[in-house]
Design a protein around this ligand. Structure first.
Ligand SMILES: O=P(O)(O)OC[C@H]1O[C@H](OP(=O)(O)OP(=O)(O)O)[C@H](O)[C@@H]1O
Length: 196
């Protein structure tokens, strides 16, 4: 992706983003991003390109994405990299899925801290989907505390695969979290003008 395309997608991301005031507080409304054909066309290459920094960084062999938005952005990025995609599920949302309860298909599991999102989250993925020899790039729309990305990194480590970092649209992480997890973002949260 050329510099111009990267600048263009960042511009469109800002233009189609909205902070919405609700009775529960101010929330980021990302629906304008997915509705915009140009954002959708440019996001995969833009997220894939983040990982090539610094130049010479070995390419990922697989992309992973956490539900919900990672299931959209991960495949867009994987398509551009020419690799496959692994869905990382939230365990409490998979309780009705018999495939997640198959003893012959063991799961990698990792928990966030218990105070995260009022009680903690357990992330799961089938163990057979990545392992030694793989470099796993996590793709997401937003990173803040890094709790979910850190849980995925532990799953990747347990599998024997290598961690290739996180490519994200909005990096709202503290610098020490970003450095520890290898986060690269298209925009910082501060770039999303509150008055947009
Ligand atoms: O850096 P962190 O503090 O871990 O936060 C970032 C995570 O939070 C959001 O997921 P969320 O659980 O809100 O996804 P949802 O759309 O499924 O509710 C986002 O997609 C990241 O996965």
């Amino acid at each position: 992706m050329g510099v111009t395309d990267r600048q263009r997608v960042v511009q469109r991301l800002k233009e189609t983003f909205a902070w919405r005031e609700t009775p529960g507080g101010i929330f980021a409304d990302l629906s304008g991003w997915w509705r915009d054909a140009e954002v959708l066309r440019l996001l995969g290459p833009a997220l894939a390109g983040l990982h090539a920094d610094p130049p010479g960084t070995p390419a990922p062999t697989v992309v992973a994405g956490i539900e919900t938005r990672g299931l959209v952005l991960g495949p867009l990025t994987a398509l551009h990299l020419g690799v496959g995609f692994v869905e990382i599920r939230k365990d409490h949302r998979t309780s009705g899925d018999p495939l997640r309860r198959d003893a012959n298909d063991p799961m990698l599991r990792a928990e966030t801290p218990p105070e995260y999102q009022d009680g903690g989250l357990t992330l799961v993925a089938p163990r057979r989907l990545f392992g030694p020899g793989d470099r796993v790039l996590l793709v997401d729309e937003w990173i803040e505390t890094g709790a979910q990305a850190n849980a995925v990194r532990r799953m990747v480590g347990e599998s024997g695969a290598e961690w290739a970092g996180v490519a994200v649209i909005v990096d709202a992480s503290e610098s020490k979290v970003g450095e520890r997890l290898g986060v690269r973002g298209l925009v910082r949260e501060d770039d999303l003008d509150e008055t947009a």
